[in-house]
Design a binder for this molecule. Sequence first.
Ligand SMILES: Nc1ncnc2c1ncn2[C@@H]1O[C@H](COP(=O)(O)OP(=O)(O)OP(=O)(O)O)[C@@H](O)[C@H]1O
Ligand SMILES: [Mg+2]
Length: 341
Amino acid sequence: MSTQTIAGAAQASGQYTTEFPLECRDVGRTFLVGKGFFSEKKTLRAVQNISLKVRRGEVLAVVGESGCGKTTLAKMLLGLLQPSSGEIFMEGMPINEVDIRQIARHVQPVFQDPYSSLNPRKTIESIVSLPLKVHNIGDAESQRKRVEEVLEMCEMPKRLVHSYPSQLSGGQRQRVAIARALVMKPEILVCDEPTSALDVSVQAHILNLLQDLRDELNLTYVFISHNLAVVEHLADTVAVMYLGRLIEYGPKDQIFNDPKHPYTRALLDSFLTPDPTQDVPEIAMGRGFPNPLDPPTGCAFHPRCARVMDVCSKVRPEQTTVNGIKLECHLYPPATQQAAE
Ligand SMILES: Nc1ncnc2c1ncn2[C@@H]1O[C@H](COP(=O)(O)OP(=O)(O)OP(=O)(O)O)[C@@H](O)[C@H]1O
Ligand SMILES: [Mg+2]
């Protein structure tokens, strides 16, 4: 596999799909956690039974409170973390059959904190050119040109190429991180809270840059954010996670105009009332986020749900589809699905 491109291999096996460059099928990830060396380890289900397809060219936003599993999902999509169950497909190929270098040419991350993701001892030029060197792409001169090109795309002044990260502002560092992600000409960027470590005044510039780059380069984004105002602005599709599960998933307009799951409703209400530039206020739903090591029975959201019913604490809801929206909620049982289809 190492000598083949993903698209080539997928085409050869007849699996090439032009529509969905990334797909999760029933993906789960657990972690064994325990306090001390001798204490009993417990299983934490960080991500459970997630199935979704990233459509080529779309912005898929993943939202949900802290600890619901967004970064764990992102790392699996990037091939940086193995699922404990289920499978991830890249261009129709199981990701564990794809060479790690091929994955890196296809999907690249932009993480939250440009302070810790850039090597402080390297210049901007060597940080951005590193992926080209690791993958042995082009000679020194063409690498230098490519670095110049991506830094320009990211609106970084040329004079800064020999600077070190500590000499840059937060926004400039994130521009470098984006340039580094783009240097390999990937098709997909997985952006995990790309602006939340930045000053509010800088956030909009970086978001505009991401949007411009998407138009210019036909990129596909998986965009993780706490900020629902940003999600409303950028996303085509929204995936709402709660305690590791995908509880509502569908087109952005439908989800923002007519949220169906009480959790999505509460998230949107909390963002509509106070300051929309703030993160999701976690106290807005009465009791706080449950302990992921000891999740509630039935539907994990039931202790905080405004529309809780008897069944909710007893039985975990199956996924249903209502008017193109995938839901896990007893308010929309399979009978609703049939009625709506
Ligand atoms: N390496 C790990 N070992 C043990 N537990 C982990 C590990 N990584 C994540 N977790 C746990 O998995 C759950 C999901 O974590 P994750 O970082 O994916 O959440 P998140 O939605 O990205 O949160 P945030 O919005 O704060 O970034 C959390 O309960 C977290 O403590
Ligand atoms: Mg995270």
